[in-house]
Write a protein that binds this ligand. Structure first.
Ligand SMILES: Cc1ncc(COP(=O)(O)O)c(C=O)c1O
Length: 409
């Protein structure tokens, strides 16, 4: 198995914001989504951690990590998207403007409308968010998971009262099954990827992720720190990365950070799309067998890809050890830095950052990024230990050891 980190400079990235691609991530949508999220009693902004000692050790000016394990008590950022998409969908049926949506109002309307069912396919986190929202609105959720889904993730979905079906399929085929079943039963599909004729709900999901970006920029301001110079963001289908990139391009058009899109090597469809260099998306098939379950998606979300291809400067493809390295780095911080419990899909960007500094063969990427004392890097730890068994195998038992010590010797 190839254990090298691969990267490509995106030759299609342009300094100016492609407003046609990012139009659905506008400031009014962002404000409405934030207001809606804040109206849940479980809402609080997730912490933005500053890792000063690690930043100094890495030779950069600042390292900030948004800790999404604290989101709504759900251990991952994902409910931001599913909840806002469900709200917008119901709001459209009720002729309510985005700014008028609140959980109380929607629950009353859903009760009057009769039994409603939302369906989705998920590695776990998105399905838990959909199930959580459906339960709060008094609706039903049916959640399809790919083969090999971790027991804890399935249990967490069932604990929200949803029906969870573990399929013998990979993620992308589970999406097709969920879409077919939803059509047959008259359910509403709440999927975080898009295709021809299915764009509104995925666009609303991406809008919902904006709350996390806006909180991070507010929190940096409150710390007296300027906006980041670099953002590393992990990707499965690329809805999260597209939303982060799109909002950054809209909110910071004159000071857009350099963005690095980070994928699991076994499911690196966006990296391959950037490598092809012609602007067209590429897919990866097969088992997509990676410990980064949230990133195990082989087909790009076209709305996300549309944004990433014209803005994101760099795409990286990381073997599983990079995620494991990031989990250990954040779980066992330098003295004085805060500890972050970060799961496989949450920690890969931190692992990449450490590898960048220590792995001599990544000198070209270091120079391309221009990392130095003036760099302020923002990362998103998008999940906590959503599979605690795997977390302990990696962090306690040393599964997926990093080759860095061998490379440095
Ligand atoms: C924890 C975590 N991080 C990142 C992602 C990637 O999001 P996307 O599929 O939109 O690229 C996911 C997706 O499920 C996830 O669960």
């Amino acid at each position: 198995m190839d254990d090298t980190i691969k990267w490509v400079a995106n030759n299609l990235a342009r300094p100016a914001t492609d407003t046609a691609a990012t139009a659905f991530l506008g400031s009014q949508d962002l404000a409405a989504a934030r207001r809606f999220h804040a109206s849940f009693p479980e809402y609080a902004p997730t912490p933005l951690r500053s890792l000063e000692r690690l930043a100094a050790r890495l030779g950069i000016g600042g390292l900030y990590i948004k800790d999404e394990a604290h989101r709504f008590g759900l251990n991952a950022f994902k409910a931001l998207g599913g909840s806002w998409a469900i709200a917008r969908h119901l709001g459209r049926q009720l002729a309510l403007a985005p700014g008028e949506l609140s959980p109380g109002r929607l629950a009353a309307a859903a009760a009057a409308a009769g039994p409603l069912t939302f369906a989705t396919a998920t590695d776990g986190n998105h399905g838990r968010g959909v199930a959580w929202t459906a339960r709060r609105l008094g609706c039903r959720a049916v959640v399809y998971l790919p083969k090999g889904a971790a027991r804890h993730r399935v249990d967490a979905i069932r604990a929200e009262g949803a029906e969870a079906i573990v399929t013998p399929l990979n993620y992308d085929d589970a999406v097709r099954l969920a879409a077919d079943d939803a059509r047959r039963h008259g359910w509403t599909l709440v999927q975080d990827t898009a295709w021809e004729g299915y764009q509104d709900i995925p666009a609303w999901i991406m809008q919902g992720y904006g709350t996390m970006v806006a909180e991070a920029l507010d929190q940096l301001r409150a710390l007296g720190a300027p906006p980041p110079t670099h953002v590393f963001v992990q990707a499965g289908v690329g809805a999260l990365a597209g939303a982060v990139q799109g909002y950054l391009a809209n909110l910071l058009p004159d000071a857009r950070p350099h963005t690095v899109v980070v994928e699991a090597a076994q499911a690196d469809c966006l990296y391959r799309s950037a490598l092809a260099g012609d602007g067209r998306p590429r897919s990866v098939g097969g088992d997509l067998d990676t410990v980064m379950a949230g990133l195990a998606c082989g087909e790009p979300n076209p709305l996300g890809w549309n944004i990433l291809r014209s803005h994101s400067e760099t795409f990286a493809s990381c073997p599983d050890w990079v995620a494991a390295l990031g989990m250990r780095l954040l779980g066992a911080p330098l003295a004085g830095d805060p500890r972050i419990i970060s799961g496989e899909s949450g920690a890969v960007t931190a692992g990449l950052l450490l590898a960048l500094v220590r792995d001599g063969s990544l000198g070209g990427l270091r120079r391309h990024l221009g990392l130095g004392a003036g760099s302020r890097i923002l990362l998103f730890s998008t999940e906590g230990d959503t599979d605690p068994d795997s977390y302990r195998r990696i962090v306690w038992d040393g599964q997926l050891a990093s080759p860095l010590a061998r490379l440095e010797a």
